[in-house]
Design a protein around this ligand. Structure first.
Ligand code: ADP
Ligand code: MG
Length: 382
């Protein structure tokens, strides 16, 4: 084909358009440069970081695409954009990309709205709240520790029960596994009273019942145990009046430990990470909450959903927030926890972020969340 081949001309024009869109994207304003259609693309496609773009430019240019070289004459398509002149043929690569651009299903497709629309019962204290989501790495432990610290700052007496064999809430609050004398394993398996295992933390009013790796065995050891689902509930009965809030940091599974956590709680708070697979498995969690409510704990309710690790630089985070709010309405807390380095650094210093960097965005967000969670809380009389 000669140099006036419409395909080649179109391709050059296409790269120019792409190039100008990319050049106009500074890292600070990365998301603004993304073409609108990218908002429906899967996560890789909607990542608009400058470095990712740079990589994709070089790949585009290096790899000869058989579609581009295809000499098949172009069929002009109506042009609506002002960037491409009306007479310019739409390059085939663009058509192919548009055909292939998958329509992302709604994140909430298949997620039951298993949350009652009736307002939850008033927040009377003492309150036991399970922080649960069987997905790992969504911010359960971070939320338990920092929400706990936020509530303690508000003057509440708070106990965090670490129910995860990984013991991250324990170490995140500055307790070394080696120094633990009594743990939640002893409470559940050996009927040791909770008070005997409570450890103080560096935060005033904040206490923790630690977990050690022994707890991994409890999941199996509980199987033949009598009333195996109610072990934690019975133990908490003794201590619940000593604390305004007892927060249970559940493990990333729907096994017997989580069932114990749900059976012992008044409410469930579900952290959801602002990413593409955020709601995967949520239906299953909500069904389990219903099962526990029906069979073991009639007062159990999902009190709220907290959006975590919100990265304002990505369009995806905004979409996840939008869809989750659309689906779950007022159950979603107004406070959204941002993804920040300070939140992820704090546990390695054994401190909640509210202590580690008291004025950081993460600390401010968890303080706000604590206010929302405890809003209207009154002490039960009698
Ligand atoms: P889970 O308990 O659900 O497994 P974690 O709370 O342990 O999740 O969080 C998983 C990882 O993500 C941890 O390394 C934690 O420090 C980090 N993380 C959690 N929330 C944030 C956040 N808002 N910003 C940055 N990192 C976070
Ligand atoms: Mg955890």
């Amino acid at each position: 084909m000669a140099s006036d081949d419409p395909d080649t001309t179109g391709r050059r024009r296409w790269f120019r358009i792409l190039g100008s869109a990319r050049n106009s994207s500074s890292p600070g304003a990365a998301t603004t440069a993304a073409p609108e259609s990218e908002s429906l693309a899967p996560p890789e496609a909607s990542e608009t970081r400058a470095e990712d773009d740079a990589e994709s430019v070089s790949q585009d240019e290096a790899a000869p695409d058989p579609d581009i070289a295809d000499p098949e004459p172009e069929v002009p398509t109506p042009s609506s954009g002002s960037e491409v002149a009306p007479e310019a043929p739409v390059p085939k690569v663009a058509r192919v990309a548009a055909d292939r651009a998958p329509k992302r299903p709604r994140l909430t497709d298949g997620v039951p709205a298993a949350l009652p629309v009736v307002p939850p019962e008033p927040m009377t204290l003492p309150r036991v709240i399970a922080i649960a989501n069987q997905k790992g790495g969504v911010g359960k432990t971070t939320t338990a520790v920092n929400l706990g610290a936020g509530l303690a700052e508000l003057g509440h007496r708070v106990l965090i029960i670490d129910l995860d064999p990984q013991g991250n809430a324990t170490t995140g609050l500055g307790i070394s596994h080696r120094n633990v004398e009594g743990s939640i394993y002893d409470v559940i398996m050996n009927d040791i009273p909770i008070e005997d295992c409570v450890e103080p933390t560096t935060v005033r009013n904040l206490f923790v019942v630690p977990a050690t790796i022994d707890l991994a065995g409890a999941e199996i050891e509980l199987v033949p145990a009598f009333s195996r689902e109610l072990k934690l509930r019975r133990a908490i009965q003794q201590s619940r009046d000593d604390y305004d809030f007892t927060l249970i940091d559940c493990p990333p599974s729907l096994g017997l430990l989580t069932v114990n956590g749900l059976a012992a709680a008044d409410d469930v708070v579900v952290p959801i990470q602002c990413e593409y697979y955020a709601l995967e498995g949520l239906g299953q969690l909500l069904r389990n909450v219903s099962l526990v409510k029906t069979n073991l704990n009639p007062r159990l309710e999902v009190r709220g959903i907290v959006l975590t690790m919100y990265d304002a630089r990505t369009k995806l985070a905004e979409q996840v927030e939008h869809e989750v709010r659309l689906h779950f309405g007022p159950k979603v807390y107004r406070t959204v926890v941002p993804r920040t380095v300070r939140i992820s650094e704090a546990p390695s210093f054994g401190q909640p972020v509210t202590v580690f960097d008291s004025t950081s965005r993460g600390a401010v967000a968890y303080r706000e969340l604590a206010k929302e969670v405890s809003s209207g809380a009154t002490r039960r009389v009698g």
